[in-house]
Design a protein around this ligand. Structure first.
Ligand SMILES: Nc1ncnc2c1ncn2[C@@H]1O[C@H](COP(=O)(O)OP(=O)(O)OP(=O)(O)O)[C@@H](O)[C@H]1O
Ligand SMILES: [Mg+2]
Length: 223
């Protein structure tokens, strides 16, 4: 069992979108729970729009202090979606303490970067938690954008990132209202890339885990 949290103190980077879509892809082969600890409850709203069609289990309004207890539940992966503004770092601390892996979505907007780097330095690195930056909302019409940002993360910031990135597509923006996740998108030529991106991020995540050196004792040193 792994608990994965989606973190980004800048709002709107794609935490909720990534949570829902990675959970959908991974639920094809394993037991997945999504947990919403965001008082804004956008994940919950999305899940309500999906109703019975959601391909994974969902728990709304979970107190971050109770996350560790989720480990006892029969799931392979639990995704925890966190609030955009984490001025109250107690929520962030509680989520990270319970997590085994952190995903940090990053948009190609320079002002987003310092907050992410600070979060990594102050909260993630000291806990020795494995993490990856996920480039998301990449605009494929802007020549050079992807290359520039990959270079910035690799050479400038020297942070680990997913090789796969998530492009900007209307299908993702429409999905919460439609209550749809990526595995349910109409299989049109237009949607093929949107489906591809999250499918490949999920595959990369599983590959990262399968290469991990097993830790001694309970995951992340906690029971
Ligand atoms: N790849 C994408 N392509 C198009 N739209 C996207 C994409 N990813 C996210 N969005 C849209 O951008 C907005 C913000 O995304 P999302 O809600 O996932 O971010 P968030 O980090 O969870 O935000 P918050 O910090 O407010 O919780 C939403 O309207 C969402 O539909
Ligand atoms: Mg959100």
């Amino acid at each position: 069992m792994r608990i994965v949290c989606l973190v980004g103190q800048k709002g709107g980077v794609g935490k909720t979108t990534t949570t829902m879509n990675l959970a959908a892809v991974m639920s094809k082969h394993s037991r997945v729970l999504v947990v919403d600890v965001d008082p804004q409850k956008s994940t919950t709203w999305w899940a309500e729009n999906a109703g019975d069609n959601l391909p994974f289990d969902f728990a709304a309004d979970v107190d971050p202090g109770n996350l560790a207890r989720l480990r006892e539940l029969p799931y392979d992966t639990i995704f925890v979606d966190t609030p955009g503004s984490l001025e109250d770092t107690r929520v962030l601390a509680a989520v990270l303490d319970a997590s085994d892996f952190v995903i940090l979505p990053l948009n190609p907007e320079p002002l987003n970067t310092p907050a992410m780097v600070r979060t990594i330095k102050q909260h993630i690195a000291p806990r020795n938690l494995p993490f990856r930056v996920l480039l998301s909302k990449i605009d494929r019409r802007r020549a050079g954008q992807l290359d520039d940002w990959e270079h910035l993360i690799d050479e400038g910031l020297k942070l680990p990132r997913f090789r796969q990135y998530v492009r900007l597509y209307a299908a993702h923006a429409d999905a919460p209202l439609e209550g749809r996740v990526v595995t349910q998108y109409a299989d049109t030529r237009q949607n093929a890339n949107a489906i591809f991106d999250y499918t490949h991020v999920a595959m990369e995540l599983m590959a990262i885990w399968s290469n991990e050196v097993p830790k001694e004792g309970p995951a992340n040193g906690k029971s």
